[in-house]
Design a protein around this ligand. Structure first.
Ligand code: SF4
Length: 383
């Protein structure tokens, strides 16, 4: 099984962010940490037989939590759950928020992988995103992490930043590649409703929808060019493109995310955290005071509990599994659902192979290069 822990605190909200996170004062951070530990203790008896092979502490900005609260959370986690000694334990970290003391403390608790949110090495783009750091602060944090003994580091990069162009993305990629992180994630900016960016770029968003030229945001074609540029530069630098948005040195793929794409069950704890086990998907409340009130009263802070139908499970198997370069195995599908994949998706698969979007070979089905370029459209065919 996998374990996810959500720490919803940030120094300040980025302008594009719609994650469940915010800038709360230290009293709330202390109270939340206590509630999170209570939630772990609540779930521990039900998962006493489970072994956790990966853990992901995400946010928010977990690296900004006071070291004493994080220390208590990580101790409680080790006490409550059976974590494999060699488990991959990742923590998200934002530039300028992790002290040397903090990094050494989490390392002692078994955190072996850091995911650092850089997004861009261009300070103007960082400012436009509302990030709290500049490139120099990132370099400082990266160096601290290496000196603290982290030899498995992911760096997040973003494409589609307003005003970004091929030249600035080339600089960002070159700056990151030069540092030789083990893993690089390259996601495109999605502008979500309710964020300051949605207001600011509403006219451009309308133009994008109509396929017209935009003023600040990349058009679909430009966005696609940026993605291709990233893919080319990273593969030239010998990063393996193992999932649509993820690149790694051999042996440094993120096991936690691979588990997610392979539908390995996971327990999610913390504000708005989602869990998946026993073919149910559970989601915690996204209201922080309600979360604390419920856990403090000994109740599970659940907002929803949805049973996954057989049809939905098959669709998930396809659209999550096909995100990975290796694709999905026909035998695994048959073993999971006691049904030949052709009986369920034969027509869709044949059609996508005909359109050169999928390849079927040696018992596996995967996206072609062309299919990866329009992966959202291809994967939707299985919904
Ligand atoms: S640091 Fe991450 S979680 Fe926090 S506001 Fe920015 S994008 Fe959102």
């Amino acid at each position: 099984m996998e374990l996810y822990i959500h720490i919803p605190f940030c120094v300040k909200k980025c302008e594009y962010c719609d994650f469940v996170s915010g800038a709360y004062d230290t009293d709330v951070r202390a109270a939340y940490s206590r509630s999170l530990i209570r939630e772990m203790e609540m779930y521990a008896p039900d998962f006493s037989d489970a072994t956790f092979s990966t853990m992901y502490i995400g946010g928010g900005t977990p690296s900004w939590l006071e070291p004493e609260y994080m220390d208590a959370i990580l101790s409680a986690m080790q006490k409550s759950f059976h974590i494999e000694p060699e488990a991959e334990i990742t923590m998200e970290c934002n530039p300028g928020t992790a002290s040397d003391e903090f990094l050494h403390m989490i390392k002692r608790h078994g955190v072996c992988r850091l995911s650092i949110g850089l997004q861009s090495s261009d300070d103007t783009e960082l400012k436009r995103l509302g990030r709290i750091h500049d490139f120099n602060r990132f370099l400082h944090t990266y160096e601290l992490a290496r000196n603290a003994g982290f030899y498995d580091i992911n760096v997040d990069i973003m494409t589609g930043i307003p005003g970004q162009n091929k030249r600035s993305l080339t600089h960002t990629l070159s700056d990151v590649i030069r540092l030789k992180p083990e893993h690089i994630s390259c996601y495109s900016l999605i502008i979500e409703e309710g964020t300051p960016f949605y207001e600011k770029y509403s006219e451009d968003l309308e133009r994008q929808k109509r396929g017209e030229l935009t003023q600040y945001l990349p058009t679909d074609d430009e966005e696609f060019e940026l993605y291709r540029l990233a893919r080319q530069m990273l593969s030239d630098a010998r990063y393996e493109h193992y999932e649509i948005s993820n690149f790694a040195r051999p042996g440094y793929e993120c096991l936690h995310n691979i588990g997610y794409w392979r539908r390995v069950p996971y327990l999610g704890l913390g504000l708005a955290a989602a869990s998946f086990y026993g073919e149910h998907r559970y989601t915690n409340t996204a209201y922080i005071y309600k979360y604390m009130e419920e856990t403090d009263s000994g109740n599970r802070p659940l907002e929803s509990d949805i049973a996954i139908t057989r049809h939905d499970a098959m669709a998930e198997f396809m659209y999550l599994g096909l995100r990975m370069t290796e694709g999905i195995s026909r035998a695994d599908f048959a073993a999971a659902f006691d049904m030949d994949i052709e009986a369920k998706y034969g027509q869709v698969i044949r059609d996508l192979i005909f359109r050169d979007m999928l390849i079927s070979a040696e018992g596996r089905i995967r996206l072609t290069e062309q299919g990866r370029d329009v992966s959202n459209q291809v994967l939707c065919e299985f919904l």
